[in-house]
Design a protein around this ligand. Sequence first.
Ligand SMILES: CC(C)(COP(=O)(O)OP(=O)(O)OC[C@H]1O[C@@H](n2cnc3c(N)ncnc32)[C@H](O)[C@@H]1OP(=O)(O)O)[C@@H](O)C(=O)NCCC(=O)NCCS
Length: 98
Amino acid sequence: MEIKLQQGRHIGHIVTIDVAPEQRRRGVGRLLMNAILLACREAKAESLRLEVAVDNDAALAFYKRLGFTETGRIPGFYMGTLDALTMELQFGSGQAKP
Ligand SMILES: CC(C)(COP(=O)(O)OP(=O)(O)OC[C@H]1O[C@@H](n2cnc3c(N)ncnc32)[C@H](O)[C@@H]1OP(=O)(O)O)[C@@H](O)C(=O)NCCC(=O)NCCS
């Protein structure tokens, strides 16, 4: 995760998070996300953004459950062949508190 300064605003960006396959669906991803949300809060970030492959059903369900919404699509984002969906979580809505 990184925090960028864009036009005077702090924006969090998740590059990726990855839980070992045998440990999935045990709340580890949610714990990782709580740490990311805390870092965003400490940095006073306005929102948290990420890209996810259009065919990554698990990650899409995970992020939507956390309150992320789709904001766009980037053709060929992965190796020029697989599209990404862009997603964003706005802070201040009450749904992003760790
Ligand atoms: C996406 C990922 C990080 C989720 O981690 P996790 O530890 O399995 O997630 P959690 O156990 O905290 O799940 C939290 C909630 O997200 C949703 N969710 C997570 N995985 C899901 C799946 N495979 N299908 C449907 N919903 C899912 C569920 O609502 C889940 O709550 P529940 O288990 O009580 O139903 C994990 O699947 C992963 O590492 N995937 C491979 C790497 C990857 O795609 N990373 C994202 C790249 S942008």
